[in-house]
Design a protein around this ligand. Structure first.
Ligand code: OAD
Length: 280
């Protein structure tokens, strides 16, 4: 944690849009930081209609058991079930649209003199579709499939139009080695993170003048260790999340607000930029 800064809670109920103006200490940090690293989690996509994992009523892990769907053992035991579940999620994300918070991050990154690095735990492509370049997809991508045997990249299978969450669809064979099957390029529990992505994320956190954490419960490591790593090396950490998270003790300032409201308000408060600099 950076020196002498206690967490700043914004008045108002969590999740209540309330006063959308950014808290002054957060705005001051955002205005002065040239190197900004943003770490996003599932809450970033919630307002696009993509469910989080751990929200008590709507989270995916409230309805599904991750050990049946998101482990190498599950893939070996019931590949049709796992394949169908990820195809259902591919179809769902394809229908979703980035919201104003995704767009605000792309606008911020386009500000002259700002080096904004985006690190996400999300396997969707909503940041990219809003015009952002993502430095690191820590947990892989729903759109980067590979062979489960030879590991070479393969095109993502097309989900059936009626893709359902509890169907079984046999995985398609690898087009390279014929011994393997196409598996989603996501990180399952028990698997290591992509090395380069994690190294890039660590560097981005250590080199930043501000680390902004948006919409993650802070429960899944090693991604959850990144804010603490930044704080321990003196980088100010700000959290945006409507609900309390495990990162409360790490963050210097906390803004209890949804991403789709807070990020546009924050970026707007930074002031106008030339239209020629806006993302296309
Ligand atoms: P979680 O589901 O654990 O946490 C989602 C966070 O988003 C919570 O803190 C919510 O309060 C917050 N949230 C909800 N709505 C929000 C909104 N509109 N704006 C901002 N925040 C909001 O998701 P993650 O922390 O991303 O891993 O989960 C980490 C990893 O666990 C995922 O990447 C996934 C999962 O198992 C793998 O699949 C490997």
């Amino acid at each position: 944690m950076s020196p002498d800064a206690g967490p700043t809670a914004v008045p108002g109920d969590p999740g209540d849009p309330g006063d959308p103006a950014p808290p002054e200490p957060i705005l001051t940090l955002a205005r002065s930081a040239r190197r900004v690293t943003v770490l996003t989690g599932a809450g970033m996509s919630a307002e696009s209609g993509v469910a989080t994992f751990r929200d008590p009523l709507t989270g995916l892990w409230a309805r599904f058991d991750p050990t049946d769907l998101a482990t190498p053992q599950a893939w070996r035991a019931d590949p049709g079930l796992v394949n169908a579940w990820y195809l259902w999620r591919v179809a769902l994300v394809r229908r979703a649209q980035p919201h104003a918070g995704h767009q605000a991050l792309a606008v911020w990154a386009a500000r002259p003199g700002v080096d904004l690095r985006l690190v996400t735990q999300n396997v969707d492509d909503l940041h990219e579709r809003a015009g952002s370049v993502v430095l690191a997809h820590l947990h892989g991508s729903l759109f980067a499939w590979r062979c489960d045997h030879c590991e070479r990249p393969v095109p993502p299978p097309d989900p059936p139009t009626d893709a359902g969450e509890r169907q079984r669809i046999d995985p398609t064979p690898c087009e390279h080695c014929r011994d393997g099957r196409r598996r989603p390029g996501v990180v399952w529990f028990g698997e290591p993170l992509p090395r380069t992505a994690f190294d890039d994320a660590v560097r981005a956190c250590l080199e930043a003048e501000l680390v902004l954490v948006v919409g993650t419960s802070g429960l899944v490591h090693p991604a959850a260790s990144l804010p603490r790593l930044a704080a321990e090396s003196g980088v100010p950490v700000v959290e945006i999340d409507p609900h309390p998270t495990a990162l409360a003790a790490t963050a210097d300032h906390i803004w209890r607000a949804p991403a789709g409201t807070a990020l546009p308000a924050l970026v707007e408060a930074l002031g106008p930029i030339e239209s020629a600099d806006l993302p296309r």
